[in-house]
Write a protein that binds this ligand. Sequence first.
Ligand code: TXA
Ligand code: MG
Length: 316
Amino acid sequence: MDESDLKVLSAQADDVHDAGAILRDGGLVAIPTETVYGLAGDARNDRAVAQIFAAKGRPSFNPLIVHVPDLAAAEAFAHLYDLARAAAQAFWPGPLTMVVPLRDGSGLSKLVTAGGDSVALRIPAHPVARAVLAAFGGAVAAPSANPSGRISPTTARHVIDGLGGVIEAVVDGGPCNVGVESTIVDLRTDTPVVLRAGGVTADALQDVLGVEVGAAKSGGPIVAPGQLSSHYAPNGTVRLNASVAEPGETLLGFGDVVGDLTLSATGDLAEAAANLFDCLHQLDAMGATRIAVAPIPDHGLGIAINDRLRRAAAPR
Ligand code: TXA
Ligand code: MG
């Protein structure tokens, strides 16, 4: 697959304007966000949203995150109670998605919410995502811009490799600096629950909200497909908590564990998160069939990293 299968737009005003026009026409554009590249389509347009599922080959019962430019747009779609407002004030724009009650007459495609009475909302911080939203003048549904079940894209190149020939265009805004998806928190009640670990830690949420923040039990009903166990999978098998590679294994290092490639040579969790998906893509490109991964400390962003790695390692 090469670039000719997919128009690569720059972050310059003319190109961003074109991206807005594609969205207004009901087309799909992959856009950079601070977490991962998103596959964006008009959140009010059933056909556009259906195309998102088709392009990803994604099971259609999964609801999508709606990306809005500002708080007023969020309030037009949903009811934000006190905790949601506090979270918005502290973390928006940024890598936090809130699940909140859908407003009657929101105008969102029912495909976005999978017909449910809640909606997942986020204001992205990435300047290019914000510029595209402004050029479009609406809200976009945007799951990660990868074929379903594959590694999330953190560069335009990843998007081209995964969806070239399938979608119209990608806006190249450089590598994503958070590198793991947004934290999803259910804020429909006064007991928030983290549905997916991500760029904002549960501790940070708890500090801001001043209430206990729960974590969704694994093994319970699947509420977020990030919770499907074999998600984020590279082509090779994955063995976790490895300090040395066994014969035939390719080692993904961290800190003191020096690998064939490394998430962060200095043991920096933020750097590791930013590198995670790119490293998994690189392992695919290297043809690694057996991947060993160094231990990652299970605190802060390490919780989101380990969550993704466990899914990558799950039997398929
Ligand atoms: O960082 C991110 O969140 C990226 C970038 C592009 O913004 N987007 C992303 O979207 O990861 P996606 O579609 O891959 O993940 C959406 C998650 C799914 O796990 C879905 O189940 C959950 O959000 N979700 C969406 N609406 C929901 C709802 N009403 N209730 C519970 N979970 C919901
Ligand atoms: Mg995804």
